[in-house]
Design a protein around this ligand. Structure first.
Ligand SMILES: C[S@@+](CC[C@H](N)C(=O)[O-])C[C@H]1O[C@@H](n2cnc3c(N)ncnc32)[C@H](O)[C@@H]1O
Ligand code: SF4
Ligand code: SF4
Length: 382
């Protein structure tokens, strides 16, 4: 992880020196189709999914090959929809990414895996798999996911995956849960950590809920529930320590970080004290991350809504093109796109780390250039 932040900061330092760099990470949604309709997901508020513009297999493989050749290092394969609904294509993408020795994470609802797929992801040395599990309680998970039997199937697959990994002797695949924090699970945080341990996984990654899609019922926490949650967070931290499970739950001790709504101010607040335009940029993703949705729309961050269709363009043409450059220009003048209001605390924390490293790189660069000038001045070098 430390290496990942350093590389991002190094590439952004080059951008600040008028030397544009390729993305470090691509977040790819192979499809917007899904086998579920979870109550908190955007899928629950649409009747039909546009599959007409889904990128064809050959274009997706071309994107992976091009990415490898220009210096992309990391992949997040997620949705949109459920990547394993388009199973053969997704599995081929995973294999291709590993063939090019890039790092990859797959996010899945865990229901559609079979034993062969599980064996494949372990055999190819896939780096990280996140199963979306929203409660340690079967009934609540199935209620949130909108279909009975999903908890049973996903946790069964999680156990098979841990066993196959253990038997293979390869420790490389890192296994975790993604859990959307909401009104129905905030009292079960320690039990979530226990379930993770029980299935043989290593991480519980809590996601703040984006409440924008939820119209029929309240799933986000009210202020009283946010206050109450601190007790469960403290308990969960203790449980995680005892069971040696990694988690980001400590990030949610500050109650304003639990929801994703109205986030621009949090993003902007972090940047006020810097004079250098790049150090003062509210968010760095536009310089290191390309997102590609199931519709083929590409944008320069993980939560984008403004972008460009990649169907008839290369990855480089889109990455260095006018649409992305305009977003970068706006970011440098602190004009955030509207969709930043839906962003998450995780991005703010990552930006903080990148800003720290970028500051060090720019400071070293200044010192070295001053040293060089001084040596030239006193005649030590020509
Ligand atoms: C959109 S899903 C796509 C991948 C796959 N279908 C799954 O459920 O894991 C990616 C992640 O977003 C999470 N998610 C869905 N709706 C959300 C919301 N309203 N707020 C926060 N996270 C959400 C899911 O739980 C999942 O972990
Ligand atoms: S969270 Fe994942 S599984 Fe659930 S509806 Fe959304 S895309 Fe499908
Ligand atoms: S939505 Fe805004 S703050 Fe979030 S990653 Fe994208 S550009 Fe950055």
């Amino acid at each position: 992880m430390i290496k990942m932040f350093q590389l991002r900061a190094e590439r952004i330092a080059e951008w600040s020196n008028n030397n544009p760099q390729p993305p470090v990470r691509v977040e790819l949604h192979p499809t917007d189709r899904c086998n579920l309709k979870c109550r908190f997901c955007w899928q629950s508020s649409v009747d039909t999914i546009d599959t007409l513009h889904e990128l064809p297999d050959v274009k997706l493989y071309e994107i992976v090959n091009e990415a490898a050749s220009i210096g992309v290092k990391e992949w997040i394969i997620s949705g949109g929809g459920e990547p394993l609904v388009r199973k053969k294509t997704t599995m081929d993408i995973l294999k291709l990414i590993k063939k090019h020795h890039m790092w990859g994470q797959l996010t899945t609802n865990g229901v559609l895996f079979n034993k062969d797929d599980i064996q494949t992801v372990v055999d190819i040395g896939w780096d990280q798999i996140q199963f979306s599990i929203d409660s340690p309680d079967e009934k609540i998970h199935d209620y949130l996911r909108g279909l009975d039997g999903t908890f049973k199937k996903a946790t069964e697959n999680a156990r098979v995956l841990s066993n196959v990994k253990e038997r293979s002797g390869k420790k490389s695949t890192y296994l975790g849960f993604n859990t959307v924090l909401n009104r129905l699970n905030y009292k079960k945080l320690p039990e979530m950590i226990e379930l993770c341990y029980d299935v043989g996984f290593q991480l519980v990654y809590f996601e703040p809920i984006y409440a924008g899609y939820v119209s029929k019922e309240r799933l986000s926490l009210n202020n009283k529930e946010k206050e109450e949650m601190n007790t469960y967070i403290i308990e969960a931290i203790k449980t995680a320590k005892n069971l040696r499970i990694n988690t980001n739950i400590q990030q949610f001790m500050k109650k304003q970080l639990i929801d994703k709504s109205n986030f621009e101010n949090t993003v902007l607040r972090e940047t006020e004290q810097h004079e250098n335009a790049f150090l003062a940029a509210p968010c760095y993703q536009p310089w290191y991350l390309m997102g590609i949705k199931g519709s083929g729309l590409a944008g320069c961050c993980s939560t984008f809504e403004i972008g460009e269709k990649i169907h008839n363009k290369t990855l480089e043409e889109v990455w260095y093109g006018n649409v992305f450059n305009n977003i970068r220009k706006c970011m440098l003048s602190k004009q955030l796109p509207d969709y930043c209001s839906k962003c998450s605390v995780v991005v703010v924390m990552e930006n903080k780390e990148i800003r720290k490293r970028l500051g060090q790189i720019l400071e070293n660069r200044k010192r070295n250039s001053f040293g060089l000038k001084f040596k030239k001045l006193v005649g030590l070098i020509k």
